[in-house]
Design a protein around this ligand. Structure first.
Ligand code: ADP
Length: 487
């Protein structure tokens, strides 16, 4: 991997624990990170356990006191340098990301800049953590509200955005004066480790930020939740694991932020601009090869435009290029692993058995491995598994609908509530539908909504808390009320 990089030091084969780079675990155990496109070995990393997690947490606890005592302007300056280093090294960071995760290099570069935008944003917001002065309830009293960092934050993040999912948590935590102990996904830890290198260069104090590499995520999660110096757990991943972690965190009444699964509806009304809707559906569905929690999972098309929309979408899908993320002109890389391929195949088989039609794709790609053909299914109905479960792959299922109330009921008929999208022109209808969708985020006439200035997050079983925007910083702050008496 390092042969491909300008700055070879960004390819790391050690974990960052309590301010030290650890090449071997005390247990001697290691694990291998591979390229999902080629199977090539990228690095052997120490497989850490709870003892190393404890060390990282203890060091974070100590480092946090001094960090919180610095002025917000000083913390902001360090984060600003981290942002600049991410941008300066975006090409190398993108290469590391594509190598370990498989997404096209241009998308990987986009992810790095997207992750960096959160670091920039929270470097700015660091200076705007305002308290309050409330009118006193008695003549000799003054009521003051302070906002203080929660303390040591532990994070667990997934493989689909190896840089940005961590950056989105790390930036607000560090900005307000927290320490940060990260456990990246075992499939994609190299992007997080590269951030460890850049954080050191940016001047982050030793021990304030650790990156724990491990295959035993369950033990790591338990260690985070049972350590009394960890005050907050920030998780992005499946709803299943989120629930386990929330139960474990309850033992200490630990604060949590949860970015969990989605089952995004994408609705096309009769009055929509069809070309724009196809463009939005393409980016919402096939970005990251369908492996994002905000990917359109169910596409509802009103009867009047169903056939026209389906035809245009199929044409656009036929033009997608599948291949190795390092090849030019690639739109979709491999799926992350064989289990992902099987889930996609199960959803397609279930749908076709129950009467759906394959309009394009439907099979593993001729390139082999975990490559899969971009797929469109028509005639999909609510009784099919794909209507209820997140596919996390390149399959667009098209459902037909007639009435507005009917499609809103169908869109909301899920335990998830992360992102929803719709295309329409009638202003009153736009408002009504936007208000009626039970989702944390709604894209109207756009298929891509996430940015650092807006609050990202879900309702229902898609999670709690928000990342990005002025709201995102509250996830890492405690409110303290001070009552001044005898004035
Ligand atoms: P995905 O389907 O995206 O892999 P997961 O929820 O399985 O979603 O994984 C997200 C993150 O959670 C990864 O870092 C993974 O290692 C971690 N993880 C998986 N199982 C557990 C667990 N029982 N406790 C703590 N973390 C876990």
């Amino acid at each position: 991997l390092s042969d491909r990089l300008n700055d070879k030091d960004l390819a790391v084969d050690a974990a960052l624990v309590a301010g030290r780079w650890l090449k071997t675990a005390p247990s001697g155990k290691t694990f291998t990170v591979t390229n999902p496109s080629t199977g090539e070995t990228l690095a052997d990393l120490p497989d850490l356990g709870s003892k190393e997690a404890d060390q990282a947490i203890d060091a974070a606890y100590e480092a946090q006191k001094d960090w919180a005592a610095r002025t917000s302007k000083e913390r902001s300056a360090v984060l600003r340098r981290l942002h600049d280093l991410m941008v300066d090294n975006a090409d190398d960071l993108a290469i590391i990301l594509t190598a370990e995760m498989g997404k096209p290099l241009a998308e990987a570069r986009g992810e790095i800049l997207y992750g960096a935008s959160y670091v920039e944003w929270f470097a700015e917001e660091a200076k705007r953590v305002y308290g309050d002065i409330i009118p006193g309830h008695q003549g000799d009293k003054r009521v003051v509200v302070l906002k203080q960092p929660v303390g040591v934050v532990a994070s667990i993040t997934p493989w689909n955005f190896p840089n940005a999912m961590m950056a989105r948590k790390m930036a607000p935590a560090l900005a307000v004066g927290c320490a940060f102990v990260a456990k990246p996904a075992e499939l994609t830890p190299l992007s997080a480790l590269a951030m460890g290198v850049l954080a050191e260069r940016a001047g982050l104090p030793r021990g304030l930020f650790s990156v724990l590499t491990t295959t035993d995520s369950a033990t790591m999660g338990k260690t985070f939740c049972s350590h009394d110096k960890v005050r907050k757990l920030s998780f992005t991943g499946s709803t299943r694991v989120g629930k386990i972690l929330m139960k474990q965190a309850a033992e200490q009444v630990m604060r949590t932020s949860m970015e969990l699964g989605g089952n995004a509806p994408f609705i096309v009304f009769n009055d929509a601009d069809l070309d724009a809707a196809v463009e939005g559906a393409m980016i919402s569905k096939y970005r990251n090869n369908g492996q994002t929690c905000v990917c359109a999972n169910r596409i509802y098309v009103q009867s009047g435009v169903y056939d026209a929309f389906a035809a245009k979408l199929v044409d656009a899908v036929k033009a997608l290029h599948v291949g190795d993320g390092f090849e030019d002109g690639i739109d979709a890389g491999p799926l992350i692993n064989q289990a992902a391929v099987e889930k996609v195949q199960d959803h397609i088989a279930d749908a076709t058995q129950k009467g759906a039609t394959l309009a394009v794709g439907g099979s593993p790609h001729q390139r082999g491995g975990t490559y899969f053909e971009p797929t469109v299914l028509t005639g999909v109905t609510s009784d099919m598994a794909i209507a209820r479960e997140e596919t996390f792959g390149p399959v667009a299922p098209l459902f037909a609908f007639d009435g507005v109330d009917d499609v809103i009921a169908k869109a909301n008929d899920t335990e998830f509530g992360l992102a929803a999208y719709f295309y329409a022109k009638d202003l009153a209808q736009v408002w009504r539908v936007a208000e009626a969708l039970e989702y944390g985020m709604v894209g109207v006439n756009t298929g891509i909504i996430s940015n650092e200035m807006a609050p990202f997050g879900g309702v229902k079983q898609s999670g709690q808390g928000r990342e990005g925007s002025k709201y995102g910083i509250d996830d890492y702050l405690e409110i303290k009320y001070v009552c001044l008496g005898s004035i």
